[in-house]
Design a protein around this ligand. Structure first.
Ligand code: BV8
Length: 246
């Protein structure tokens, strides 16, 4: 894979990078992306039909079982070369913020330090009624299990469709997108709002925008640099040609 001199020089002189990742970054860890067809028994459902409070109220057992299946899949997954390249990039540039839509925690497991999780984390559980994180509960056989504090249903601590994103995480993400001089958008279909607004916000503030994705997205025609390929190939290749830390 080759990169333009202009792109390499752009990375060499950046003072502040913001990166937005989506499910495509975890694809090479074996975690299916949102837009890919789900596998096995879950193939009969679209994620947008399950990842909502309405779906949970209607069929809590089904939605809880979907997250148990996904948690087990994520627990078996390992960070891939893309996650590791982003850890390396963080060490190579003066200022770096990683904003992720992913709920799999793979960036943190790879060693990324400053991660803004816009959509929560599948490994955490919270009470549906009180909206507080619950660390331990009695396994009474109830599915979903019950909150030990109020008896309400437990749910994954992720942001469902029709739910607002954590205000502090979202505010920080917009602030970093406005303050960066280089915005790298990796492995996201740039469809789900308000996260999808971030690269356009960076663009409007004068940042150079780079997109890494094997496919086209609504961002592709606006990005300054489009690197068409898998994150696990493109990011390590890019790190190999960028100047090492002086
Ligand atoms: C909200 C957690 C206010 C759960 C997820 C306008 C403004 C505001 C809201 C809306 C709006 N228009 C519509 C809405 C509503 C909605 C929305 O955006 N809908 C979409 C479908 C149009 N937004 C919301 O509801 C948000 N809440 O705005 O609150 C509000 C309040 C009340 C009523 C309305 C609004 C909440 C959104 C968060 C939903 N939760 N996840 C869970 O995981 O179970 S979103 C989910 O999609 C994941 O987080 C995922 O990351 C995210 C985005 O998808 P991607 O990451 O991009 O993944 P995707 O599969 O789409 O694409 C993968 C990409 O990777 C592809 O481009 C592919 O080409 C590429 N790829 C594949 N392989 C590779 C690769 N790239 C690189 N390397 C590879 N190897």
């Amino acid at each position: 894979m080759t990169f333009s001199r202009e792109l390499i020089e752009r990375f060499a002189r950046t003072q502040r990078v913001a990166v937005l990742t989506g499910a495509g970054v975890s694809a090479e860890s074996g975690v299916p992306t949102f837009r890919e067809a789900q596998t096995g028994w879950w193939a009969q459902f679209r994620p947008e039909e399950l990842a909502t409070p309405t779906a949970f109220r209607r069929n809590p057992k089904l939605v809880w079982a979907w997250y148990v299946w996904r948690r087990e899949l994520v627990a078996k997954a390992e960070p891939n070369a893309a996650h590791r390249a982003l850890v390396e990039l963080e060490q190579r540039v003066p200022g770096f913020t990683l904003i992720t839509q992913n709920v799999d925690g793979l960036h943190q497991r790879a060693g990324s330090r400053d991660v803004i999780e816009l959509h929560g984390n599948i490994a955490r559980t919270k009470c549906f009624d009180e909206d507080v994180v619950i660390e331990r509960w009695d396994e009474t056989g109830d599915v979903p299990p019950r909150c030990p504090r109020c008896g309400g249903l437990l749910r994954p601590d992720v942001v469902w469709f029709e739910e607002s994103l954590p205000a502090d995480a979202l505010a920080r993400a917009f602030k970093c997108s406005a303050a960066c001089d280089l915005f790298v958008c990796v492995g996201t279909s740039t469809v789900v709002q308000p996260a999808a607004e971030l690269p356009f916000h960076a663009l409007a503030q004068g940042a150079t925008v780079v997109e890494i994705n094997p496919g086209a997205t609504p961002l592709t025609r606006r990005a300054h640099h489009v690197l068409a390929g898998a994150a696990g190939d493109v990011l390590p290749a890019l790190l190999r040609v960028l100047p090492k830390v002086p």
